[in-house]
Design a protein around this ligand. Structure first.
Ligand code: MG
Ligand code: ZN
Length: 221
């Protein structure tokens, strides 16, 4: 009982910060995308390649969530984009309070778009509101095509599903049609982009979608 009450208090506090973040982002007309996946799906590589592809068109900042280290923030800064590292010190997801802190560290007035790279975890980050504009799910082909069926919560809430590492399709047994059909079963509105951040395959469709969103400041239909 006590545990339930404490967890409820934490969620209420999170919701307050999430609402503040949403108000802040709305006032600045800044789209903010919360990227969620398992560890190793290629989130940081996707973000670094996206930043490079959109250089001169969309000014991007990144909030990097990791349990420990600033390895990913350093990889992002190498592209020239500002990145704020949040270490969760063991926690398996970012909180809205941590995102609020990071939003005040980033040079938001010089940005058109913010990515949040959440801690690698397909489960609880999907349930936690950070005040983001939309959630983006990343699924890489070596993880298996059963993930949308096994972890429906994130795929149900995602505006976009990136199927990454399609360069490895021939070497594995990932069925891209099955994965796509399973996503559509739980989320009719999801946009699916099959990509390889490594080879660049499919990345232009995803980057065009982002460019359109950053120009209109809203999620394209
Ligand atoms: Mg990463
Ligand atoms: Zn968690």
């Amino acid at each position: 009982m006590r545990k339930v009450i404490v967890e409820k208090k934490i969620l209420v506090a999170n919701e307050e910060f999430a609402n503040k973040n949403r108000e802040f982002l709305t006032a600045k007309k800044l789209p903010c995308l919360n990227v969620i996946s398992s560890p190793g799906s290629g989130k940081t590589t996707i973000l670094a390649k996206t930043i490079e592809a959109l250089k001169g068109k969309v000014r991007i900042g990144v909030i990097e969530g990791d349990i420990q280290t600033d390895i990913d923030a350093r990889r992002i800064r190498k592209t020239g984009a500002p990145a704020c590292q949040i270490n969760t010190e063991g926690a398996c997801h970012l909180s809205a309070a941590q995102v609020s802190f990071a939003l005040h560290k980033l040079p938001v007035d010089t940005l058109d778009l913010i990515f949040i790279e959440n801690v690698g975890n397909l489960v609880c980050p999907s349930a936690l509101d950070l005040g983001e504009t939309a959630k983006i799910a990343v699924l890489s082909t070596p993880e298996g095509d059963d993930k949308p069926a096994k972890y429906p919560a994130i795929f149900a809430r995602a505006a976009v599903v990136l199927i990454n590492k399609i360069d490895l399709l021939a070497a594995g047994d990932f069925n891209i049609e099955k994965a796509g059909a399973d996503v559509f079963k739980i989320n009719k509105k999801a946009k699916i982009f099959p990509v390889s951040a490594k080879t660049g395959q499919g990345m232009s469709a995803w980057c065009d979608w982002l460019e359109e969103m950053a120009a209109k400041k809203e999620i394209p239909a």
